[in-house]
Design a protein around this ligand. Structure first.
Ligand code: ASP
Length: 728
């Protein structure tokens, strides 16, 4: 009996039993046992998903769009994604007289489609593991800083070499701070147009009340089209451009899905925290999300109150407010989930188990020092945590603030970015910070121009006053020098008066002058005698000093983390998907409900009847009349037989995160059955760990989109292009 048990154990160790959790990289798909995938329900071969030799496959039909994911669904460049992902594009074209946010939009002809000025689509073309190439350049005996410098130089050189290929955008994705490095080649399309967006009352049905919640009835979808130049190459927006012809598309499923079905989610999750130590998770719980919750709450109030009763103002702040509301509730959900799941304590137990294992496996002994090193680093970072958090609220140029929030206040963002750019321009092109090279300048210019469309004077001034107030309340050893210098001697009323004065005389809000400033050095910027710009230049200096310290921290972390993670992997004895880093991933899942709390069971589908039941006529539960009318004779074509109703949203146990918004949800054959847009409340803290009982993502059923296009919009041509016949 004993021998049999031992044999079984050996067998299990040889072919590890996988859980469904994991945001797998394309390369990892091929490491997963194909038999296991088949057992889960996959009807394609793993090679159809990902062909390592060609460096491509169905996975690359999933694209990056507007900080989200999306899917090619027609051979003429149609992309399906979420309404909330295209919201900035919808806002860009909205005015009080033509309010596309409220009314929605449908281009009945190609000529009517609406171009986005900053929206881009990235189509992945090839993934190459370059870990060896990156690591071989590290000189022996290098200090952490020298080591990091060598890694960065090699990454830049790989990117430069790669970008010699025409129309190729290259990045090196770093996994778990240096366990491995992958060179990703993509094509970036710059002419992306809005084809269809439902009215906000559909796309955001349930609003913030239902956000991150189940049951849900939201039509969070929208359609765009990508264009290329006449020569089939990426081009700026132009009349002569033609639709892009993708290599891979996801055909629309004819049959839809039912409970228990196997599905896959493909997309670009941004940031997760599963590889952190318990102490680092505690920092997220006790500091990061707590501060975000509090600060975003304040921002929302300012933006909403300042724009109230002013239709143009409401449109101007709409995209920013939406994004902050989403992050605000996310922060609350993270805190609730971390506490409820006792996640920090569980991680501590897991870390201790790894440490105990390491003590018995001497080849991993260095992991103990690595853990101590990471803990010491955290303690050091925590000493200036509050100051650094405030400084990092203002991103530079096209950067985004970690966790995706818009730059606010805009004037400080404009001024500090101009200062940053001026300093970077004094360096060799290759040495400049990402986003500031000469070839990046048009993008930067466009971004600053576009950002001004989100500007609201009164709100912006109040946000700056709030930021100054927070900075002046920092403890003595964490002061922000620029704020002290410009505002330190003023009391509250005087600060507000001073800010009003600064806004009254600044040229930062004049788009033409600001463009000119993009070409100026620091001396000329100073010579303008623009006091608000001067403050921003000084702020940028404080931020640059922080960036240097962060760089040192990252250099040390990049030594410790991979050593620790290797031990974690070795102890686990099975593949572990790396933390999200904005690169392409796939998750395998099934349509499934869950039990959120004792005595409550959630079923996996919601229906049109449920949406109607929620309708009160008051925002955010105000379904458009056209939908209510059409619901009386919904037809048969799009209904699900066992529900005898139109499916609206469904749950699956996919492993997703922010950035997976807009991810195609496909069936066993790779046909599109839904579009991912959210997670359930109990799974917001899934960023810290996968819990099979609660990890549920929320998707909009593709049949809801088709039903709307068919029975409400009568969008015959669009349906035809999607390969779907209308119901007669
Ligand atoms: N709705 C989410 C987001 O804001 C998607 C997710 O986090 O699952 O990105």
């Amino acid at each position: 009996m004993k021998t049999l048990t031992l044999m079984l154990a050996a067998l299990l160790a040889a072919s590890p039993v996988l859980a469904l959790d994991g945001k797998w990289t394309p390369a990892q798909v091929l490491e997963i046992d194909p038999g296991w995938l088949q057992d889960q329900g996959l009807e394609l071969t793993p090679k159809q998903l990902w062909d390592a030799k060609r460096g491509t496959g169905l996975l690359t039909g999933a694209v990056k769009i507007g900080g989200c994911s999306g899917a090619f669904v027609s051979s003429a460049g149609l992309i399906v994604t979420n309404h909330h992902c295209l919201f900035p594009l919808i806002q860009e074209h909205s005015t009080p007289d033509r309010d596309l946010i409220s009314d929605g939009f449908l281009a009945r002809k190609r000529g009517e489609e609406l171009a986005g000025s900053t929206l881009r689509v990235e189509i992945p073309r090839r993934f190459t593991d370059v870990s060896g190439e990156v690591l071989k350049t590290i000189p022996t005996g290098a200090t952490p800083e020298q080591r990091m410098a060598a890694i960065e130089a090699q990454q830049k050189s790989l990117i430069q070499q790669c970008e010699q290929q025409p129309d190729t955008l290259c990045t090196v994705a770093v996994f778990d701070e240096g366990v491995s490095y992958t060179l990703i080649e993509s094509m970036e399309l710059r002419d992306v147009r809005l084809v269809y967006a439902p009215p906000r009352a559909i796309g955001e049905y349930g609003g913030e009340i239902d956000n991150w919640m189940w049951p849900r009835h939201t039509g969070d979808f929208a359609i765009a089209r990508a264009y290329v130049g006449k020569d089939d190459k990426p081009a700026d927006h132009g009349q002569d451009n033609k639709p892009y012809r993708p290599e891979f598309i996801f055909p629309i499923s004819r049959d839809g899905v039912v409970a228990g079905d196997f599905v896959m989610l493909l997309g670009y999750p941004g940031v997760t925290y599963r590889s952190l130590l318990a102490e680092e998770m505690r920092e997220r719980r006790e500091r990061f999300f707590v501060r975000r919750e509090e600060l975003f709450g304040e921002w929302i109030e300012v933006l909403q109150q300042a724009s109230e009763g002013d239709p143009a103002g409401v449109i101007a702040v709409a995209a920013n407010v939406k994004s902050i509301l989403n992050r605000h509730k996310n922060a609350q959900g993270q805190i609730a989930g971390l506490d409820r799941g006792n996640i920090v304590q569980k991680q501590l137990d897991a870390d201790n188990a790894v440490a105990a294992w390491v003590r018995k496996h001497p080849q991993h002994t260095a992991a103990l020092d690595a853990r101590a090193g990471l803990r010491a680093l955290l303690a050091e970072r925590e000493q200036s945590w509050e100051r650094d958090f405030l400084l990092n609220l203002i991103p530079m140029g096209v950067e985004s603030v970690a966790g995706g929030i818009p730059p606010l206040p805009k004037t400080l963002y404009f001024g500090a970015t101009l200062a940053h750019n001026a300093i970077e321009q004094t360096l060799d092109d290759a040495a400049r910070a990402e986003g500031f090279s000469s070839s990046d300048q048009p993008k930067l210019r466009e971004r600053l121009r576009r950002e001004q469309q989100n500007y609201h004077a009164a709100a912006d001034q109040q946000l700056l006053a709030a930021l100054v107030r927070r900075a002046l309340a920092l403890p003595k050893e964490q002061r922000i020098a620029s704020v002290d210098r410009h505002f330190g001697k003023l009391d509250q009323t005087a600060i507000e008066a001073r800010i009003a004065e600064l806004y009254g005389q600044t040229a930062l809000l004049d788009a033409k002058v600001r463009e000119q400033m993009l070409t100026e050095n620091i001396d000329s910027l100073r010579a303008r005698g623009d006091a608000l710009l001067d403050f921003a230049i000084d702020w940028n200096q404080d931020l640059r000093a922080l960036r240097e310290r962060e760089h040192q921290w990252a250099s040390r972390s990049a030594i410790h983390r991979p050593i620790w993670r290797r031990a974690v992997r070795a102890q686990a004895g099975q593949p572990i998907a790396p933390d999200a880093n904005g690169s392409l991933r796939i998750s395998f899942a099934h349509i499934k409900g869950y039990v959120p709390r004792d005595g409550v069971r959630y079923t996996p589908f919601t229906t049109l009847s449920g949406a109607l039941e929620k309708h009160t006529g008051i925002d955010p539960f105000d379904l458009p009349a056209a939908v209510r009318t059409a619901s009386r004779t919904p037809g048969k074509r799009w209904l699900q037989a066992d529900l005898n109703d139109l499916p609206i949203n469904f749950l699956a146990d996919g492993d997703t995160s922010g950035g997976n918004s807009g991810s195609p949800v496909v069936n066993a054959m790779g046909e599109l059955v839904g579009i991912n847009f959210d997670r359930v409340w109990e799974n917001v803290a899934g960023d810290f760990g996968f819990n099979p009982a609660l990890s549920r993502n929320i998707s909009v059923d593709i049949r809801y989109l088709l039903w709307l296009l068919d029975r409400v919009e009568h969008a015959d041509e669009l349906l035809q292009e999607l390969g779907v016949e209308r119901e007669l």
